[in-house]
Unconditional design. Structure first.
Lengths: 226, 248
């Protein structure tokens, strides 16, 4: 296990270094998130819908689609000049490659969330007093589910001619249960309901994470082996 | 930590690589159709053949990137696909550089070294870059290098873990005369040190200068295979041209 974690971190660090230097996907994701917030803000009628009803949906739509930008880049950097061959020909386990990619994607999505959540709070005047901790936990759990599924489908889609189209087509149906549970849990918290009411959705998120991490780790070697 | 390279040497008499009726099928097409050969330490097999003959597929099977459909291949006695241990013995050079453009040559080679379980790889990384005359550009971005320089870095990347078997697929691609000479010298040095080499190239002169064995591949098969004492450049060039003509 220590070997897998060591190699996974090596790969994740390499991916994050490349993203830090190019900043292509991160800036795209942040700009998309902020633009979407602005567009929803101007389309919103505060007399008809309260911000606490609207914010959870906006938040998770934004995270889902901005995350896809990072997920597409994840194996895109490996496809350029067949770097993936160098990775697969090395003596590292396929599981550690998957885990490394997923860790880098998780950090990517978390970094977008760090910028987008305060922006959401600012635009919609959403009260976060007392719920910041549980909200962060929901964001992390949902991000784990999204990047796990997304990393697997990114590996599957990257060598196809329509990778940018195929990735969302493959991943979005699997994102639905994660986004649904995250949005419901967020809505309960933002509307001031006790944490216990959100607990069922948080448990569901946790269950999805466990299933997706196990299933995607097992399936990943088949997507990169011939 | 990635699988460490075994320090146990393969006995000099045992083949480093051995293929028996190696076959790889893609749908209805046999890309590699029953190829057999073996190479001991310090031997070099040069494979010539037209595009689509199956040369790259054969190397990808030996590198552990593709599974053989039938037949067997062994690297250092480990039957392929042999997992991490077999892959740790192989160095792969391709006409694709397999480099990350946003990283420097040093970072690319160091990343590869760590994947092969080499800790404190600094000196070995510098040595690999020095041998390909890329040490002075070690911290430049790969994106800023010419195609030939990128190929040199790619070769350094493949050599940093001192592989027992080097698989070189069109390694002269993009290299200028100096780069080609440096590569030939490096491969000769590796061969002298006991590394087995399989080189796929259209450059018959460079290929034969390294080879202790040579083969012409066509439609997935070795249509001609000779040992060093029977290799003659002019007859090989003729056989190669015939294979090209036959492939259309």
């Amino acid at each position: 296990m220590a070997e897998i974690l060591f190699t996974a971190w090596l790969i994740a660090r390499k991916d994050l270094t490349i993203e830090f230097r190019t900043r292509s996907a991160f800036f795209s994701a942040v700009v998309f998130a902020l633009l979407a917030l602005v567009i929803f803000y101007y389309a919103w009628d505060p007399t008809a819908v309260t911000p606490t009803d609207l914010a959870p949906g906006i938040m998770w739509v934004i995270f889902t689609f901005s995350g896809l930008l990072g997920l597409h880049r994840s194996f895109g950097v490996e496809a350029a000049d067949h770097a993936i061959d160098g990775l697969l020909a090395s003596p590292v386990s396929r599981e550690s490659i998957f885990l490394g990619k997923a860790i880098a994607n998780l950090i990517f999505v978390a970094a977008v969330q760090v910028i987008a959540i305060p922006a959401l709070v600012l635009f919609y005047n959403v009260p976060l007093g007392g719920i910041a901790g549980p909200l962060v936990a929901i964001a992390i759990l949902a991000a784990i589910g999204l990047v796990t599924v997304g990393t697997l489908f990114s590996a599957m889609a990257v060598n196809t001619r329509l990778a940018e189209l195929l990735l969302p087509m493959l991943a979005l149906p699997f994102f639905v249960p994660v986004v649904m549970a995250a949005a419901q849990a967020t809505a309960k918290l933002l509307s001031g309901r006790p944490l216990i009411e959100a607990a069922a959705w948080i448990k569901l998120l946790l269950a999805f994470d466990i299933v997706f991490v196990a299933a995607c780790s097992l399936a990943f070697p088949f997507t990169v082996e011939d | 930590m990635p699988a460490r390279i075994s320090s146990e040497p393969t006995p000099a008499t045992a083949p480093i690589v051995e293929a028996t009726e190696l076959t790889r099928v893609f749908g209805p097409r046999q890309a590699v159709a029953g190829v057999s050969f073996s190479l001991a330490a310090g031997e070099c097999l040069a494979v010539f053949g037209p595009n689509g003959a199956g040369k790259t597929t054969m190397l990808r099977v030996l590198a552990g990137l593709l599974k053989p459909t039938s037949g067997t291949a062994r690297v250092s006695g480990i039957e392929l696909p042999g997992g991490a241990l077999a892959r740790s013995r192989v160095g792969l050079i391709s006409h694709h550089t397999m480099l990350y453009e946003a990283l420097s040559p040093r970072e690319n080679v160091a990343f590869a070294a760590r994947l092969y379980g080499i800790r404190d790889a600094g000196a070995r990384v510098d040595d690999a870059l020095r041998r390909m005359a890329m040490l002075d550009r070690a911290n430049a971005s790969v994106r800023s290098l010419s195609r030939g320089m990128q190929q040199r870095v790619s070769i350094a990347r493949a050599m940093v873990h001192s592989p027992q078997l080097v698989l070189a697929d069109e390694p002269y691609s993009g290299l200028d005369d100096a780069g080609a000479r440096a590569l030939t010298a490096l491969l000769q040095e590796l061969r002298s040190a006991g590394t087995a080499i399989i080189i796929v190239t259209h450059n018959i002169v460079e290929g034969l200068s390294l080879a202790t064995r040579a083969a012409v591949m066509q439609a997935g098969r070795f249509i001609r295979q000779d040992t060093a004492d029977r290799i003659d450049a002019s007859t090989y060039a003729a056989a190669y041209r015939e294979a090209l003509a036959a492939s259309g």
